[in-house]
Design a protein around this ligand. Structure first.
Ligand SMILES: Nc1ncnc2c1ncn2[C@@H]1O[C@H](COP(=O)(O)OP(=O)(O)OP(=O)(O)O)[C@@H](O)[C@H]1O
Ligand SMILES: [Mg+2]
Length: 1002
């Protein structure tokens, strides 16, 4: 009832909104009528006029206002052009196939276009022509000249749509580009320079990361801003894909994992546990036979905790009595009063695995087995207590206290790493199945997207899980990779000033779109009434019965030549079904979203009489299924779902594949109690009761609309949970996102700056006073402070200061800072005066970029570790997110300080030209002599012991060490430019060969 009222209200809100837009549609059609009399040239000329006019408006906001005003006229221009193409039966090629233009925008498509222009999501059913809808707002917004993007789910669709719609843009005088996976940067840049650019979400995202995190000059960057994007299949991209972030990674410099070390033991442990669970399951069976249902249920619950995919368990769960007994046991154990009993129960196993939350835990027994000598090796020490004890110990000096704490911390980190490794291995063994969640290809573990069945080569599970699976499968354990740059899909799309989306299914996820992307959904009515018939679900006890019913249904359809599209939720299910069909000698096609282009072709023929097509839900999406001759009389396309998906949206998507544009068509889902959804989230208890009431026999099925509701309730529960997971990922990424923005802005400023020296001086102005403060304002022995400070100064800058010369004691802290800043800048001017000005500029940029990149990457690594670490703290009743935020902030402050210090540190150690450097050294005062090597200043202390080796040669500089007490600068020369061949172009960007430019030996 409530649902119905809500729908009524929401429904009418949507209707009200659309009604308000209708006058615009009418106005568009009036203009279209007027334009019919124009010549092609006159129509096309409008584009140029508007472009010119908008170019005069500097502010984006004002441009948008103007766009709103010209919208009806501009849309009419596009529609009018489409009609001209149709009237002429214009032919061209799309993806190497001949194509004829046969579309003129319908009113509902104009409506969709307005919604998209306003930065909203247009829900339009499959086959409503969203590809064409997008041309309207893309044309309009491209008039600003700022570049607009259309985002698709795969390269094939990007190319198809760019070439297909390109005909229209071309007619109107706009340029269109298309990004494909294998393009070179120069080519990409050209594509982005076009008025409109089509491409996939990951290509756009990776280009962003490369532009902002890796390019070192403006010329290397390819994108030109983020103004307006329309995301096609927006649910798939912003919701399904959003669960794995985009990561550019390189091999980590060190790898600490111990997966291969633990693998044999874990394998034994898992085997032991499986044996134990098998025994428990047999016992349970006995108890049931003896009529002791309660004990039986309790035993089965235990099996469920220890081996959720135990075969006997799954079989027993088919039996309503037994299923109820387990559910009852489970429910009772989760009552608060029985917490201890539950704990005891868990302790009887070696470990427990929670399928729902994907977590695993070792019990005492398990710990003993893994390390009989020291079971505590798998328990985190109580660090806080230990710290307090150390703090309270009067016999320890401050230094000793720090040392001990550091030791304890290190111990704790090692412990945490070990626990983590083992927990990931347990998950790999117990929850991840080959050919379901992943496949092995060329000796590599390739993730299979569980939502789409699509393989995702190159992507890796994070947190070491991928390595754990690699260890399990005995394939090469790839080195822990280090993140070089990363962004979540969510945060990439939040970069756009205006974002819009279109899909056949957005309504069920409207809340998420609103909360995360501030995107509202408008449901656009179909052009013609929908004639699809959705049948009730058929529910079976076992998967086996379900599949044989599906096969029967397919055979029936096949005999009467009605085409069938069979949707599956995984590659494994597709293949199973295909094997069964082969045995029945029913010809069919299988699509796994592997080869987009071929699959699109197959899908487009799925409406021909008698065709059977099996497809995971992502395969062939976006391709139109036209009905073959006389298929309409046979009821149109029949869609069979072989399992209810976790998300209702995906089921709707599948259903929507038939009955497009008012065609006939029907759909039905087949469900069994063994399906994951039903096992984990189904109202199993209720279902079991219903089954009993109906006295369900082997092979029999249930069908009632109430049951559809039960399934939907389960789906809603999963949707909610998945939303929370995504939100959590985002909460964590938001922290990173802010940091990334600061760093990328700084980076871009450096790249774009015409006077990078100003940036260098900024660093000096900020970092030197901080250092002076650190040393001279400290409440310690003054003498000591001055010596320490002098050490730092003389190891960082070639100033050759001595106590006598510096006379620090005669000045205040601030004055000392100013004094030093003056000296450093002076020396720097002198150093660079020996170098070629443009080379110096490149070098200055390089010094800053180098510091940012190196330390930022280290920071990303540390942030990964932090993120892993804070989860463990969840056990200590602390909110991991808050912990993460606080520590991440501290780390970031430190990062920024370190970047500045590194810039200072490298300022006089880098040169664009060795000869110039030597010239400079020759002019240095004679007192540059060697002292006992002062210890390196903290400025450059590597985070977590990961330091890159300085590149290039170490040059001993200065006179021979004669005379104690004199100071010298021990400057290792770092070749700051990457090593270049003498005949290669000079990295300074002069265009000359290196040997004739900076590499010239004077
Ligand atoms: N205004 C129109 N007049 C005639 N045919 C049209 C019109 N608009 C779209 N079509 C046709 O409808 C079919 C489906 O178009 P399209 O693939 O753009 O749909 P879609 O909404 O993107 O569907 P999907 O959800 O499958 O991606 C195409 O064959 C297209 O030519
Ligand atoms: Mg489409």
């Amino acid at each position: 009832m409530v649902g119905w009222i809500l729908k009524k209200i929401l429904g009418s809100k949507n209707q009200r909104e659309l009604k308000r837009l209708m006058p615009i549609v009418h106005r568009t059609n009036e203009f279209d009528e007027q334009f019919k009399s124009l010549s092609d040239e006159a129509l096309r000329a409008k584009t140029a006029i508007w472009k010119e006019e908008l170019a005069q408006i500097p502010e984006l906001e004002d441009q948008w206002k103007r766009l709103d005003e010209i919208l009806p006229e501009a849309f009419a221009v596009v529609k009018n052009a489409a009609r001209r193409l149709k009237d002429r039966q214009d032919t061209f090629t799309v993806c190497d196939q001949p194509m004829k233009w046969d579309m003129v925008h319908f009113d509902v498509q104009l409506l969709g276009g307005i919604v998209l222009h306003r930065g909203r999501i247009a829900e339009m059913a499959t086959g409503e022509g969203k590809t064409l809808v997008a041309t309207l707002p893309l044309y309009l917004n491209a008039l600003t000249g700022r570049g607009v993007h259309l985002v698709t789910v795969n390269d094939y669709l990007a190319r198809r749509d760019a070439e297909w719609m390109g005909r229209l843009y071309d007619f109107l005088g706009l340029t269109v580009g298309c990004i494909q996976h294998d393009q070179e940067p120069d080519f990409r840049r050209e594509q982005y320079a076009m008025d409109i650019t089509y491409g996939t979400n990951s290509e756009f995202g990776f280009d962003y990361l490369r532009d902002n995190g890796m390019a070192t000059t403006r010329e290397q960057q390819v994108q030109r801003g983020y103004y307006y994007a329309i995301v096609d299949e927006v649910d798939s991209i912003l919701i399904d894909e959003a669960r794995t972030p985009l990561i550019i990674s390189g091999p980590a410099t060190i790898s600490t994992h111990q997966y291969d070390k633990w693998k044999p033991l874990i394998e034994q442990l898992v085997r032991k546990q499986n044996m134990l669970c098998n025994r428990l399951a047999s016992e349970a069976l006995e108890k049931f036979e003896q009529g002791d249902v309660e004990t039986g249920g309790r035993l089965m619950f235990k099996v469920k905790l220890g081996q959720p995919r135990n075969k006997q368990l799954l079989r027993m769960m088919e039996d309503p009595d037994k299923r109820r007994a387990v559910d009852k046991a489970e429910l009772s154990f989760y009552q608060d009063t029985r917490k201890e009993e539950l704990f005891a129960l868990k302790e009887e196993l070696f470990f427990t695995i929670d399928e729902k939350s994907n977590e695993s835990d070792l019990s005492e027994q398990g710990r003993n087995f893994l390390n009989p000598d020291d079971p505590n090796a798998f328990v985190l020490p109580d660090l806080i207590n230990e710290f307090t004890e150390i703090d309270l110990d009067p016999s320890l000096s401050q230094e000793e206290k720090d040392k001990r704490k550091a030791e304890r911390q290190q111990h704790c980190d090692a412990q945490a790493e070990r626990i983590h490794n083992i927990s990931q291995l347990l998950r790999a063994y117990c929850l991840f199945e080959k050919d379901v969640q992943y496949v092995i290809e060329e000796n590599k573990v390739v993730i299979v997207d569980e939502f789409t069945g699509r393989k995702m080569p190159g992507r890796r599970w994070s947190d070491g899980l991928h390595q754990a699976v690699e260890a399990k499968e005995g394939v090469q354990i790839d080195r822990e990779t280090q993140t070089l740059a990363t962004i979540t899909i969510q945060n990439y799309f939040r970069l756009y000033q205006k974002l819009a989306g279109m899909t056949g299914t957005a309504e069920t996820e409207a809340a998420e779109f609103h909360d995360i992307y501030k995107l509202d959904v408008n449901v656009i009515p179909t052009n013609r009434p929908v004639a699809r018939k959705d049948h009730n679900d058929r529910i079976y006890k076992t998967r086996r019965e379900k599949y044989s019913a599906v096969i029967n249904e397919i055979r029936d359809c096949h005999t009467r030549e009605q085409p069938v599209l069979v949707g599956t939720v995984s590659v494994e299910a597709s293949e199973l079904l295909s094997r069964m069909l082969k045995r029945e000698k029913i010809p069919h096609n299988v699509l796994n979203a592997k080869f987009h282009m071929q699959e699109a072709e197959i899908v487009s023929r799925a409406g021909q009489p008698g065709t059977v097509t099996i497809s995971t839900n992502m395969a062939g999406r976006g391709t139109d299924i036209k009905l073959g001759a006389s298929v309409a009389d046979r009821g149109g396309l029949f869609v069979i779902g072989t399992e209810r998906h976790e998300a209702r949206r995906i089921d709707r998507q599948l259903r929507g594949r038939c009955a497009r544009q008012g065609d006939p068509g029907s759909s039905r889902f087949y469900v069994s109690f063994e399906d994951d959804l039903m096992r984990n989230f189904g109202a199993a208890d209720r279902m079991t009761r219903i089954m009993e009431r109906f006295g369900l026999e082997e092979g029999q099925e249930l069908e009632h609309r109430w049951l559809n509701k039960s399934v939907e309730t389960a789906q809603k529960r999963v949707e909610q949970r998945n939303y929370l997971i995504r939100k959590r990922t985002l909460d964590f990424d938001d922290v990173m996102n802010m940091q990334r923005e600061v760093v990328y802005t700084y980076r871009n400023e450096t790249i774009e700056s015409e006077e990078p020296r100003a940036l260098i001086y900024e660093v000096i102005d900020e970092a030197v006073p901080a250092k002076v403060q650190e040393y001279l304002a400290a409440e310690r022995d003054e003498e000591l402070n001055y010596t320490g400070f002098l050490n730092w100064v003389n190891t960082t800058f070639p100033l050759g200061l001595t106590k006598e010369k510096a006379q620090f004691e005669t000045r205040s802290v601030d004055e000392n800072a100013q004094f030093l800043i003056g000296k450093i800048k002076d020396a720097y001017e002198r150093k660079s005066s020996h170098e070629e000005p443009s080379a110096v500029k490149s070098l200055e940029r390089y010094i800053i970029l180098n510091a940012i990149d190196r330390l930022w990457q280290e920071h990303l690594y540390a942030m990964d570790a932090l993120r892993e670490g804070v989860y463990l703290r969840g056990y200590a009743q602390k909110d991991p997110l808050i912990e993460y935020k606080t520590e991440a902030y501290d780390m970031f402050v430190e990062l920024m300080a370190n970047i500045k210090n590194e810039v200072l540190h490298n300022l006089f150690r880098s040169t664009s030209n060795l000869q110039a450097f030597e010239n400079f050294l020759a002019t240095l005062p004679q007192f540059l002599m060697r002292e006992h090597a002062p210890t390196a200043p903290t400025a450059n202390a590597p985070a977590r012991g990961r330091q890159l080796q300085p590149v290039g040669a170490m040059a001993a500089v200065g006179g021979d060490g004669d005379g104690a007490g004199e100071m010298t600068l021990d400057l290792p020369i770092r070749r700051s430019m990457p090593k270049v061949g003498r005949n290669e172009p000079c990295p300074c960007g002069s265009g000359k060969k290196y040997k004739n430019c900076c590499g010239r030996v004077a």
